[in-house]
Design a protein around this ligand. Structure first.
Ligand code: CA
Length: 227
């Protein structure tokens, strides 16, 4: 999952970036509203954290430009204490949730996970696909009764695939959602990650959860319609 952070308070921004990276997100961050508009329009953002009080461009304006450019990724708005009118305006402009400063950083994580899950149309924190179960909150993965230990990138890859079951996803799209803008990307890395993920999920090749479509990408087996 790729998250965009637009926050001008340096200490808070750095804390958000660190916490989100540790939680397994690819993070792009800026202190500028103008740059935020650009990044939200050009990067494949899955979810954004947006401060409303920015020096160059009001956060509400950033949000309204994203929305009028057709970007519907969920947005968690950060507001200063007591600015309830901002909350109302934020929600009207298309914010999906808001947090009042000061807040516990864990609260941001909890809200973001809920937003991503809702945006993907999942009602529960557990995604399942055949015998594979992935818990978005604890980031634990099981296959049947077996716990599977994944690295941060393997986890991100699996989470992305499981949120888009039955869809063909290109290597480029995958690497865009796994890595932030500052990381060098190489589609071979995605191949290697997919290979490692398959071996960990399916060591005896009995379930084959991830299909390769030559020249097009990968597809997570779609769960049966009644699941
Ligand atoms: Ca601010």
């Amino acid at each position: 999952m790729r998250v965009l952070v637009v926050e001008d308070e340096r200490a808070l921004r750095e804390q958000l970036v660190k916490t989100l990276q540790r939680a397994g997100y690819a993070v792009d961050a800026t202190d500028s509203g103008e740059e935020g508009v650009f990044m939200g329009s050009e990067y494949p953002v899955d979810v954004a954290v947006l401060d409303l009080g920015l020096p160059d461009l009001d956060g509400l304006e950033v949000l309204s430009r994203w929305r009028s450019n057709g970007h519907s990724f969920p947005v968690l708005v950060l507001t200063a204490r007591g600015r309830w009118t901002e909350k109302v305006e934020g929600l009207e402009t298309g914010a999906d949730d808001y947090l009042t400063k000061p807040f516990h950083i864990e609260e941001v994580l909890a809200r973001l996970r809920a937003l991503v899950r809702r945006a993907s149309g999942f009602a529960s924190t557990t995604l399942s696909n055949g015998p594979i179960e992935l818990d978005i909150s604890s980031q634990e993965v099981r296959v049947g009764e077996r716990d599977v230990d994944l690295t941060a990138y393997e986890y991100r890859l699996l989470e992305y695939l499981m949120m888009h079951p039955g869809e063909v996803i290109s290597k480029t799209t995958l690497s865009e959602h796994l890595y932030d803008e500052e990381t060098d990307r190489d589609s071979n890395v995605v191949e290697v990650l997919v290979g490692r993920l398959r071996r960990k999920l399916d060591p005896d090749r009995s379930i084959a959860p991830i299909e390769t479509l030559r020249g097009r990408g990968y597809r997570m087996r779609a769960p049966p319609a009644d699941a």
